[in-house]
Each structure stands twice: as structure tokens, then as C-alpha cells.
Design a protein around this ligand. Structure first.
Ligand code: ZN
Ligand code: ZN
Ligand code: ZN
Length: 369
């Protein structure tokens, strides 16, 4: 079941109290969307949720976005504070904190509040102490509830409908850019409300993990890394499949087999109680043992939810323990500069006894004619 937003606000308040923080400030961001449902574009007009540990919460919004904000506040117990175009919104923020008795207290600021806003807020509240908001918000967002898992699963199924049909768009002679344009449309046709990103890296470009699709035309024998994602009901999809057009280089085929085994090992390592870094190690071990360790140049994965990249990160040094409801990618890659690269990526949700993959299209090397 999806936790109602009023409950999320109460959970945030409980954490504020536990951490000895007087109020939380949240600008236009996925954090605001998580807490209130309101998801305005992050632009130059200030939107700010002021959530005191005790007392009434306020949402400071520009007049032109007030109707949109109001639609989300029903039953949340959040007071709408609308500022007109020539008014100073920071004065409304100060007022809300004064009423809550928090303007000389400790204020936690959500990670994605623009510096331009924060500096003005700090100037208006010389007595306050400012600290990171992530200790409050991160703990709430990192474990997905059943409704969020269902949304991620729907997004995963939608993106799978695209990767299942890669042969419709990928063939020798077509450019990365042409393929990317088709994939963008296909991602939306598959049910996403928007495309988040499209990576198509062919031939030597497949060795550049975040390659921007360009004018290079596919040639026979090319490896093609396709990493795509979109947003469905606010939640993100993100999957990678690597295919070849025409007969692959035998060395590429060997490398791909190693990668496939590594991705499998990473997914098999997922269960409650293991650390994030242990999943990275499980993947990396297979690749290192096969002699490709130096070519696996990024972490194994990232959390996913309202954002494509969020906590937890599956990276060496992260000793955070996996819990049921955490969602993240397992996406090892091997990249030989100037030659070829490959990546396989699925989103998994940690369950009570293992990991559930939300991407399920075949992973064995596909040779497209
Ligand atoms: Zn990436
Ligand atoms: Zn990813
Ligand atoms: Zn990806």
C-alpha cells in the first residue's frame, strides 16, 4: 500500500524531533514531490515547504503555481502561502518560521535547494543554524512502500517493451542519432509520460558509458550499448542492453560472457542484510578474475525511485545494509577504450529473501542482422 502523504509528513516530523532539528526546508524537487505531491518546475521563483518539527507546515508558492499546489494540499494540513510577483517570498518563509518559533533554531535544508535561494534565506535568518536535510529525507525515501514498488515495476515493464524491440530500430547504416530519436518516441509510446534519457553508443563509442548519440553510422560487427529510461506516474525506469549488428569480434563475445556472469552474480548477491558494497564486490569479482577489472570503471549501481539516481549507491565503501523495499540498478560494464564496450542493467527491488528484477528482457548476446 502507498503511504499517504500526510503520513510521510508526520514521519519527517518524527525524524526532525529525533535529530533535534527545528524545521525542514524543501524547495521544488523530488523531495517536495515525495512529501506533498506538488512537483513544480525548479525555476527562479521560490517554492518552499517549511515543515516545523511541531506546529503548522506552510508551502510558500508563487501566485501562478498556486492552483497547481492547492490541488495537492487537501487533507495534508499544510497552509498555502502565496506570494505575488513583486513580493519577497523569503519574508513569507521567515514569517512561517517565526510563528513556529524556529527562526533562531536549527534548520535542515533539502539537498536540491538552489544556492541562490539558500543564500537569501540565510541572510534573512541570521540567528538560525543550517544543516543538511538528507538525514531526514533519505531514510524516508530509500525504502519504497508497496505502491512505489508497483510504480517502479510498471515503469520497468514499460521500458522492457522498448528493449524487447531493439531489432526494429538498430541496423547497420543507421546513425546513433536516428536510433535515439526512434527510441525516444518508443519510450513514450510504451506508456512513459516522458523520456528521461537515451544513450546509444556504437562501435568505439560503446566504450564511453554516458555517450551522447551522434552522427556515427552503425557498421557491421559493431557493439551497440542502449541505455534508456523514462518516467511513469513519477517513477523512473532505467535499463541497458548491449547488442551487436552482424558478426561480433570473438573477443567481444568472450568479454560479453564475462559481463553476463558478473551481472548475474551481482543480482544473486542481493538480499536483506548484505551491504551495498557486497553487491558491487560480487559483480566486480567475476570481471576482475577474468582480467577485465581495469575496464569496469564505474560503481555497480544506484538507487532509483522519483529520481533516476538516488540512494542507495552500490559502490565500494558503502556499508549500508540492504533492506526489503530498496530499489536500485545492477549494471556492470566493461569498456575497452577505442574498441568496444558493453553494459547490462536491470533494476532490482530487495525483497524479504532476495532480489526481484523489474527488467526481464533476455540478456544473452543478441546479434541483429
Ligand atoms: Zn549511468
Ligand atoms: Zn542506471
Ligand atoms: Zn542506465
Amino acid at each position: 500500500m502507498t503511504v499517504p502523504r500526510a503520513q510521510r509528513l508526520d514521519n519527517a516530523r518524527a525524524r526532525l524531533t529525533r535529530l533535534g532539528i527545528d524545521a525542514l526546508l524543501v524547495g521544488a524537487s523530488p523531495d517536495l514531490q515525495y512529501l506533498t505531491g506538488h512537483n513544480p518546475p525548479p525555476l527562479e521563483r521560490l517554492t518552499l515547504l517549511v515543515l516545523p518539527a511541531t506546529g503548522e507546515a506552510s508551502l510558500v508558492v508563487p501566485a501562478l503555481e498556486a492552483p497547481m499546489a492547492e490541488a495537492h494540499l487537501d487533507g495534508l494540513g499544510v497552509e498555502l502561502k502565496v506570494w505575488q510577483e513583486t513580493q519577497d517570498p523569503v519574508a513569507l518563509v521567515r514569517q512561517a518560521l517565526d510563528v513556529a518559533g524556529a527562526s533562531a533554531g536549527t534548520l535542515a535544508v533539502a539537498d536540491q535547494l538552489w544556492a541562490a535561494f539558500l543564500l537569501r534565506i540565510q541572510a534573512a535568518l541570521p540567528e538560525a543554524t543550517f544543516t543538511h536535510g538528507s538525514p531526514v529525507l533519505r531514510a524516508l525515501r530509500v525504502v519504497k512502500d508497496a505502491g512505489e514498488v508497483a510504480a517502479l515495476a510498471a515503469a520497468g515493464a514499460a521500458i522492457d517493451r522498448v528493449t524487447a524491440r531493439l531489432d526494429s530500430w538498430i541496423r547497420p547504416g543507421r546513425s546513433e542519432r536516428e536510433i535515439a530519436a526512434d527510441l525516444d518516441r518508443a519510450i513514450r509510446d510504451a506508456g512513459h509520460e516522458e523520456t528521461s534519457f537515451v544513450i546509444v553508443g556504437s562501435g568505439p563509442n560503446s566504450a564511453s558509458p554516458h555517450h551522447h548519440p551522434g552522427d556515427r553510422r552503425l557498421a557491421p560487427g559493431d557493439a551497440v550499448v542502449v541505455d534508456i529510461g523514462g518516467r511513469l506516474d513519477g517513477y523512473c525506469s532505467d535499463t541497458t542492453r548491449t547488442v551487436v549488428v552482424g558478426e561480433p569480434d570473438p573477443e567481444f563475445t568472450r568479454m560479453y560472457e564475462v559481463l553476463l556472469a558478473a551481472q548475474e552474480a551481482g543480482c544473486a548477491a542481493v538480499k536483506p542484510g548484505v551491504t551495498a558494497q557486497a553487491v558491487d564486490a560480487a559483480c566486480r569479482e567475476v570481471i576482475t578474475r577474468a582480467g577485465y577489472g581495469e575496464y569496469f570503471i564505474h560503481r555497480t549501481g544506484h538507487g532509483i525511485g522519483l529520481e533516476t539516481h538516488e540512494d542507495p549507491y552500490l559502490v565500494e565503501g558503502n556499508q549500508e545494509v540492504l533492506e526489503p523495499g530498496m530499489a536500485f540498478s545492477v549494471e556492470p560494464g566493461i569498456y575497452i577504450p577505442g574498441r568496444f564496450g558493453a553494459r547490462i542493467e536491470d533494476i532490482l527491488v530487495c525483497t524479504d529473501d532476495g532480489g526481484r528484477r523489474l527488467n526481464n528482457t533476455p540478456r544473452a548476446l543478441r546479434v541483429l542482422a
